[in-house]
Design a protein around this ligand. Sequence first.
Ligand code: FAQ
Length: 330
Amino acid sequence: MYAQEVKSTGKGIKSLDEMEPDERAFQEKIDANIKIEPKDWMPEGYRKNLIRQISQHAHSEIVGQLPEGNWITRAPSLDRKAILLAKVQDEAGHGLYLYCAAETLGVSRDQMTEQLLAGKAKYSSIFNYPTLTWADIGAIGWLVDGAAIMNQVPIQRCSFGPYSRAMIRVCKEESFHQRQGYDIMMKLAAGTDEQKEMAQDALNRWWWPSLMMFGPPDAESVHSAQSMAWKIKMNTNDELRQKFVDQTVPQAEYLGLKVPDDDLKWNDEKDGYDFGEIDWAEFYEILKGNGPCNKERIGARQKAWTDGEWFREGLMAHAKKREARKVAAE
Ligand code: FAQ
């Protein structure tokens, strides 16, 4: 069975024989691809791990609006403004579906936000880089949404019902985002020398951070073994990173742009590209809060939270008043 296979990686995952009856029945459901729904029994570790991953995913969608939102007023035409505005609104919607999915596990949206603001919950490293030119909006759609899709398509099949269903709609919208980004890159790459240079510069700056989105190398991934046994995660970080490189390099070639990696080389034996070493020191610095825009991003979320306090209180007061009226009428 799957759980036993994972144990063979030596990461301390229990085999079916070692599990309590409840846990074993749960694992058998997972192995049989039966969805787990919010009111079903689940091990506490499964619930916690899901809240961790889904809430961090939700925070990424919400914080992810900031780098692109920065360009809405400066998009080069009315059409591009309308498209970018719709895309950024979609990201807000993704965040909301995901917060709802996490709420079914017994955590409130306020608690999740407080964890983000206190630095206890992460969001994707990629959103700590600045968007310096219009070409960065193309690169984000092409590479960042492209990496997000590569990671999220398999999560449509994950074991937790609300998360897997949320991913179906999210992936459809992300596919459109990826196409709009690539469309911007096609226009720039086929434009003047200066526009082509802008496109190349954006690719140079976003390539390596996009590869980091898939998480640390498998050997350093803390959660992969258990998350894969529970089908919270369907592939390892390195598997998805490799698929992303294999899919994206030909797209860069089609644009006439150069992927900024001198070690990139097709490998017939593995039927995929070999690629250079990722700067993991940079990745871990970002996770510690020391990336180029970490403080700005959290500052923006903190301001939105503080500015919205009167509104949240107003909503609560209104809800309480309605409830009191309902009770009085009964
Ligand atoms: N950034 O043990 P693992 C998007 C953390 S959505 C920051 O390998 P795991 C849409 C990890 O949390 C992008 N932290 O972790 C969009 C853990 O720390 P913890 C987000 C990272 O969970 C596009 C520690 O390192 N997508 O872009 C990162 O098994 C455009 C150890 O790592 C998702 O969240 C990172 N890159 O694998 C929006 C998808 N990588 O929690 C706007 C769902 C790792 O113990 C514009 N999530 N860490 O404190 C996943 O698939 C997984 O959570 C991974 C990480 C693959 C992200």
